[in-house]
Design a protein around this ligand. Structure first.
Ligand code: HEM
Length: 394
C-alpha cells in the first residue's frame, strides 16, 4: 500500500520504491510524531525518529535534484513550480513532503480498515455490498482467449449506493478531526458569539458528527443506511476532510482508493475474526495527530473465497481503458493466512498505477497517475468556493 500510493503521487522515481531504506525510515519516524508535537527536548527524547525523518528528507532531496518530479503527478509538479516561484530551496521542498506523506499514508489506511470492519462484521451488509459490486462485474475474454471477470473500479462511487454510503458512515462515525482556524477579523456568529481578531477557533468534528439534532437519535450508532438518501451534505456538519480553503485536496483520491481496495477484498476474500466473534477494536492508542483513529490489534484470518465453478480470475481496472490503470490483485494472502489487524501497510502492491510521462524537457510533464484519472482534484487543491460547496462524491 505504501509503495502503490506513493508511486501514484511521486511517479516512477518515487523515493520509497527507489530506496527501500526510505520506507523503513518512514515507519521509524512515524511513531515519534506525537512526542515531537509535544516538543519536549525532541533531539533527546525522539532522536531516532528525527534521524529517520532526516533520511526520508534526504531521499526526497535526491528525488528533486535528479528531476524525479518531472514524471510525477500534477500535484507534485504544481507544488514544485509554486515553491520554485518563491525561491524555496529544494531541501525545504523535500521537508514539505514529510507532511504530504503523512497525509497520503496515514488516515487512508485506517479508514480502509474501519470500512472493512463494518462491512465484514455485519453479514447483511456484506451480502448487500457483494451483490451491488457483482452487478458491475462483466465476463470478458482477452485476445489470447483467457476469460476473466472484469470490474471498472471508477464506477463504484456512482453506482454502488450502499457501498458508498458505508464509506461515508465510516467517516462520520470514526473521524476524529479537529479543525483549527484563526480569526482574521472580529466576527459575530449567529449574532451572539463574538470571535475576536487574532483568536483561534477549534472545531471538533466528532461532536458535530454525533450531534443528535443533526443526525437524529441514533447519531451515536453506526447506521449503514444513514447516507443512502442524502445526496449532498454540507461541510459544516460532515467534516472528515475539513472545510473551506484548507479542505483536504486528497479526498477524492483517497475515497476512490478506499472504495477500490475494499471492493477487491470484499469480492475475493473472507475475513474471519480469531474467535469467531467480531468485536470493535479499541481506539485507545489512536494518534493525536491523525484524523482517523487507528484500531488496537485485531487478529483475523483472511481466506480467498471459493468462487463459483467457473473460477474465473478477476481483473480490476480504473476507467474504461484497460491501458490506463491495471489494478491486478497482488494481494499475497494464501488461504488460512493470518494477518494482524488487516493493517493495510502490510499488504503491499494492491494498487498498481502506471505512470505515462508525455513531455520530458519543459518541466511540464504530465503523469496519468491514479488521482488524475480519478478526479483531477488533487492536482491543484481547491478554491474556497469549490471547497465550501463540495459534494463528497468520488
Ligand atoms: C482518508 C484520507 C484522508 C483524510 C481523512 C484527510 C483529512 C484531512 C483533513 C481533515 C485535513 C484538514 C482540513 C482543514 O483544515 O479543514 C486535510 C488537509 C490536507 N490533506 Fe488530507 N486527508 C486524507 C488524505 C489525503 C491525501 C491522500 C492527500 C494527498 C495526496 C492529502 C493532502 C492534504 C493536504 C495537502 C492538506 C492541507 C490542505 C491545506 O492546508 O490547504 N490528504 N486532510
Amino acid at each position: 500500500m505504501t509503495l502503490s500510493l506513493t508511486d501514484a503521487v511521486y511517479g516512477p522515481h518515487n523515493p520509497f520504491s527507489r530506496d527501500p531504506s526510505a520506507e523503513e525510515s518512514w515507519y521509524t519516524f512515524l511513531p515519534g510524531i506525537s512526542k515531537l508535537l509535544l516538543g519536549i527536548i525532541p533531539s533527546v527524547t525522539r532522536r531516532k525518529s528525527l534521524q529517520a525523518r532526516a533520511r526520508v528528507v534526504e531521499a526526497f532531496e535526491r528525488y528533486y535534484s535528479n528531476g524525479g518530479h518531472l514524471g510525477a503527478s500534477t500535484m507534485v509538479q504544481d507544488q514544485y513550480l509554486h515553491q520554485s516561484t518563491w525561491n524555496l530551496p529544494s531541501q525545504e521542498l523535500a521537508k514539505m513532503d514529510i507532511a504530504t506523506c503523512v497525509a497520503i499514508l496515514s488516515s487512508g489506511g485506517i479508514s480502509s480498515y474501519w470500512m472493512l470492519y463494518h462491512t465484514y462484521s455485519n453479514p447483511e451488509i456484506l451480502g448487500k455490498c457483494i451483490e451491488e459490486l457483482s452487478q458491475l462485474l462483466e465476463d470478458k475474454e482477452s485476445a489470447d482467449g483467457q476469460r476473466y471477470r472484469f470490474l471498472d473500479l471508477s464506477q463504484i462511487a456512482t453506482r454502488c449506493r450502499i457501498f458508498f454510503a458505508m464509506l461515508q458512515e465510516t467517516f462520520r462515525f470514526h473521524s476524529t478531526i479537529i479543525s483549527a482556524k484563526s480569526v482574521t477579523c472580529d466576527t459575530f456568529l449567529d449574532n451572539q458569539y463574538l470571535l475576536r481578531k487574532g483568536g483561534m477557533v477549534l472545531i471538533p468534528g466528532p461532536v458535530i458528527h454525533k450531534n443528535t439534532e443533526v443526525w437524529g437519535p441514533d447519531a451515536h450508532e453506526f447506521n449503514h443506511k444513514r447516507f443512502l438518501n442524502k445526496r449532498k451534505i454540507g461541510t459544516s456538519v460532515f467534516r472528515p476532510f475539513g472545510s473551506s480553503e484548507t479542505m483536504c485536496p486528497g479526498r477524492h483520491f483517497w475515497t476512490n482508493c478506499i472504495l477500490s481496495f475494499a471492493a477487491m477484498m470484499i469480492l475475493q476474500y473472507d475475513i474471519i475474526p480469531e474467535d469467531g466473534q467480531w468485536r470493535m477494536p479499541s481506539k485507545r492508542d489512536a494518534d493525536i495527530w491523525n484524523t482517523m483513529p487507528k484500531p488496537l490489534e485485531n487478529q483475523v484470518t483472511v481466506k480467498r473465497r471459493v468462487q463459483d465453478e467457473k473460477e474465473l480470475p478477476f481483473k480490476f481496472v480504473w476507467g474504461e481503458s484497460d491501458e490506463l490503470l491495471h489494478t491486478e490483485t497482488h494481494v499475497q494472502l494464501g488461504s488460512d493466512e493470518k494477518l494482524q489487524a488487516l493493517s493495510l501497510s502490510e499488504s503491499d502492491e494492491l494498487l498498481h498505477t502506471e505512470t505515462h510521462v508525455e513531455l520530458g524537457n519543459d518541466e511540464k510533464a504530465r503523469a496519468s497517475s491514479l488521482h488524475e484519472i480519478s478526479s483531477g482534484s488533487l492536482a491543484t487543491g481547491c478554491s474556497s468556493q469549490q471547497a465550501t460547496d463540495v459534494e463528497f462524491r468520488g
